[in-house]
Design a binder for this molecule. Sequence first.
Ligand SMILES: Nc1nc2c(ncn2[C@@H]2O[C@H](COP(=O)(O)O)[C@@H](O)[C@H]2O)c(=O)[nH]1
Ligand SMILES: [Mg+2]
Length: 553
Amino acid sequence: MAPFLRLRTSLNVLQGTIIFRSRTLGGFGRGVRSYTAISSPEQALLKLEEEIRRIQTGKLSQDDEIVQIRHQFDAAKQSFLSIPEALKGIPKMNPEGIYVNKNLRLDSIQVYGFDYDYTLAHYSSALQSLIYDLAKAHMVNELKYPEICMKFKYDQSFPIRGLYYDKKNGCLLKLDFFGSIEPDGCYFGRRKLSKEEIVEIYGTRHIGRDQARCLAGLMDFFCFSEACLISDIVQYFVDAKLEFDACYIYEDVNRAIQLVHRSGLVHRGILSDPHRYLVKNGQVLRFLRMLRDKGKKLFLMTNSPYYFVDGGMRFMLEDSIGYGNSWRELFDVVIAKANKPEFYTSEHPFRCYDTRTDTLAFTKVDAFHSDKVYYHGCLKSFLQITKWKGPEVIYFGDHLFSDLRGPSKAGWRTAAIIRELEHEIDIQNEDSYRFEQAKFHIIQELLGKLHATVASSQGSKTYLLLLDELNEERQKARLMMKSMFNKNFGATFLTDTGQESAFSYHIHQYADVYTSKPENFLLYPPEAWFHVTYDVKIMPHHVKVPSRFFENR
Ligand SMILES: Nc1nc2c(ncn2[C@@H]2O[C@H](COP(=O)(O)O)[C@@H](O)[C@H]2O)c(=O)[nH]1
Ligand SMILES: [Mg+2]
């Protein structure tokens, strides 16, 4: 948040100087109005000084206030013509950095746990196409959806992580930090709904408790295929003018998706062509080995079946220089088919899995051996067997509810792995994005001032004209920011106005730290202390004093 504070200060200064420039130009934008008709720069200056005096002495009339906001707006628009130098100097965020929600001391962490899919293993977008195609085929062949659905293609550019499908109304929604629908983030099928349509369906933009019960969260990369298939099927029904219940579409798509995972179709598909789907990664091996060399305990806990993890790990690490041993030697405990998130609350026993015969043993599991593989289980037994204490364990995972919520509630420390973070930080670092955000803030502030002018002036022509123009300019900045990310739903972590999304809220709630990939930890000392930065600011009334005030002492 520090850069924004700094930017705001710079722009306020900037605005102050520009007011004079713009006034001497006799106004900017939509034609000359009586209140900006100024014959000479001297006259402009005199009038402005008079205005300032009146503001300072508190003798401003409502009309004067509106005129003043108009001047500030015109001046601001002048400043929007080019990116201010001050803005270019704002420090960049590290796309591979580790970001901290709760203080974390790595020297007190003795045990590192890892999820597999989309945490240790990363996949290309071809995987989402594979899941989409397999589920689509199931819907046509088994659930008797029309043959024409076979022509549908996965659209990689459509979804983002953290959307919600409303099973009652059939809309795909992006929500903000407070659970309100993003004005430009509500789709029915593949069509964006207008604000009026949103209000017609939901009453307000805010999702109430009852409505929330109908929402299905689409929280990981695997869900991209689901989000896209649901929307394509809804769109098909709309285009064909067929009546449908949105809930059934969700149930059918979800059933098809479950089937392609549970049957192993996806897993076999990936292993049959690993070069196409899996991303090789020697760095993650370096990280795991470093942890082992430091004497840390390591465990792998995944919902995937063992043969799939084994095949993937061998493929990802086979080229790594100097790696002669099996990946299994890296881990003290390997648990597959863990059935997260139920793992954290259930009382399922562990079973010892025979990798050779693909069978489960009948003997009770009361100790873990590093040369064995375990299936199922639950947190309670895991803690009884390992005797590992909550705060000394950190679990790395990509899924909000399967990997982060359960462990966080159980007292483990958590690290969220969110690949999109790198790309989103890259965009946020760009001057053009920061410029739009600064514009947005300036307009927002002017709108705030305008709304604060007393009620009686609010019907006036000058008021309404200015209101329209400010709203239009704000919308332009909002859409510019959004289009820099995903063109349909914008950024994963941010709303179109640059504030936190609902996804951010959950990350804030359940992840102690978050980063784009586990090996980013190699960029920090293994005993690093991660602190929440001083300038994280969620509540609007909190003021954080930037350290630059002490810079010249
Ligand atoms: N039954 C379902 N399985 C799913 C779904 N989405 C993903 N998956 C499978 O879960 C694991 C994830 O493993 P992890 O290492 O991240 O714990 C993987 O095997 C997927 O195929 C789903 O919606 N239903
Ligand atoms: Mg995962």
